[in-house]
Design a protein around this ligand. Structure first.
Ligand code: PAF
Length: 316
């Protein structure tokens, strides 16, 4: 692996200013992609001590090529100068992050949600009803073996869609930038279908792998079939109540494909429990339970997974 050191002041090809919140694994990949494409970007950080001119990150891509970048940084509650705000952070961090910036957010600034789980769209609509907003879901794989090192583990794909869209010229410009940043990507008229599909995958794989301390691929064993089917069937009934035309067999097929494709990975929730961190359970099975209760659909299997993860979080 050869570290390639690249200057932070790359000539910006694009006039739109991008702000990426946090320094998580997906945020790191986005920063390196902005760097490679010569975009004008900065990282918004909560930790004051990290906001410094020589802040640097090393990004190891899928070919094990390491690039060192030195992004501009800014304290999150001081950030003003941006057009596009990307939030590649955990679902439970979204509301607090936006609240900490709220006094500086202008109505033209576009918000991009990029995380596992559902429930944040409702929060953003309430907090910033006038801002254009994109919701996205990605299957990019990455993790951070050290605080300033991001390792890409899989080439994923990204699905995006407008929740609240701006003027047509801005739509075109933003779509072009996000398509370049997260390839291959597809834009959807109604992104909520893709979000529910991904929610189903996460509602099965994440809690089960965390509870049983296993890799994703081990969910192929027969002993998990019943629980997988029950969890998916509850989500399928909720989706049908919400008027999505979906069949249980298709949801199960999707879940099984991801189990196969990511057989060797530990899910994000497995890693969170393993390392004693908070999980996204409230926004995954917790969201399913909440919707089930609202719609009068039984959610016993999802409630049980939720309770088991909560019990594991308490033990930490
Ligand atoms: O959260 C995760 O780990 C991932 O979204 C997925 C697709 C379940 C693969 O591990």
């Amino acid at each position: 692996m050869v570290p390639l050191s690249l200057s932070s002041d790359t000539q910006s090809k694009n006039s739109l200013k991008i702000a990426i919140i946090g320094q998580g694994a997906i945020g790191g990949l986005l920063a390196s992609q902005c760097h490679n494409l010569g975009y004008n970007y900065q990282l918004l950080l909560r930790n004051k001590t990290l906001v410094k001119p020589n802040f640097s990150l090393q990004i190891e891509d899928i070919r094990q090529q390491v690039t060192q970048i030195q992004p501009k940084t800014c304290q999150i509650d001081q950030a003003k100068n941006f057009d596009l705000l990307i939030l590649p952070i955990k679902a439970y961090q979204v509301l607090a992050a936006l609240k900490s910036m709220q006094k500086n957010i202008q109505p033209h600034q576009v918000i991009v949600l990029l995380h596992n789980g559902m429930g944040t769209i409702e929060q953003v609509k309430q907090l910033l009803p006038d801002n254009p907003c994109v919701a996205a879901t990605t299957s990019y794989g990455a993790f951070k073996p050290a605080p300033a090192y991001v390792k890409q583990t899989g080439l994923g794909e990204t699905h995006l869609g407008w929740i609240n869209s701006p003027e047509p010229e801005q739509v075109e410009e933003i779509e072009k930038i996000l398509t370049n940043l997260l390839p291959p990507s597809s834009w959807h008229q109604d992104i909520t279908i893709a979000l529910w599909n991904k929610l189903t995958i996460n509602a099965v794989i994440n809690p089960l792998t965390a509870i049983h301390n296993i890799k994703n691929g081990e969910l192929n064993e027969r002993k998990y079939t019943g629980e997988i089917e029950k969890t998916c069937s509850e989500i399928c009934s909720i989706m049908q109540q919400l008027n999505y035309s979906v069949q249980l067999k298709d949801l199960l097929k999707r879940v099984n494909q991801v189990i196969e494709k990511t057989a060797n990975n530990y899910s994000s929730m497995h890693q969170d429990i393993y390392h004693g961190r908070k999980t996204e359970i409230e926004y995954i099975n917790g969201y399913v339970v909440q919707k089930g209760k609202e719609l009068g659909v039984g959610v016993k299997a999802n409630q049980e997974l939720f309770n088991q993860i909560k019990a594991l979080e308490k033990k930490q």
